[in-house]
Design a protein. Structure first.
Length: 129
């Protein structure tokens, strides 16, 4: 769950819910690489968005923690998944939004699936992480 609080919480919450709803529910094909969105709710002065569980950390964490893929299947799996992230980023940037609604850092923190070790499973029965 992602929670907004503070002076601009409601604005950021409504913008993110609107964008997730457009990317998730108003398209016939799901956006690859986009974290799952289940809805949002308000409680007092806190604004909450319910997202798919993702425990892999940020994309920066992945690059700093995991060794690069080394065999053909791992390399293909990695670049296929990374291309999906770029597709999600492109979909986000196609949305109409107010000035200042999306900042680069929050896009990577809030909109993208943060992959776990299963991203690197290959046909050779090895688990790469």
């Amino acid at each position: 769950m992602k929670t907004y609080h503070g002076s601009h919480a409601e604005h950021y919450y409504r913008t993110e819910v609107r964008n997730f709803a457009e990317l998730t529910f108003s398209r016939t094909d799901p956006t690859p690489g986009l974290i799952g969105f289940y809805g949002g709710f308000e409680h007092g002065e806190k604004f909450n968005i319910v997202l798919e569980y993702a425990n892999g950390g940020t994309l920066e964490d992945v690059f700093q923690t995991w060794e690069p893929p080394s065999c053909g299947a791992e390399i293909i799996t990695f670049w296929t998944a990374f291309a999906d992230i770029l597709k999600a980023l492109g979909s986000i940037h196609e949305l109409k939004r107010d000035e200042g609604d999306v900042k680069g850092y929050s896009v990577l923190q809030g909109y993208y699936r943060q992959y776990t070790g299963s991203l690197f499973e290959s046909d050779t029965d090895s688990l790469y992480h």
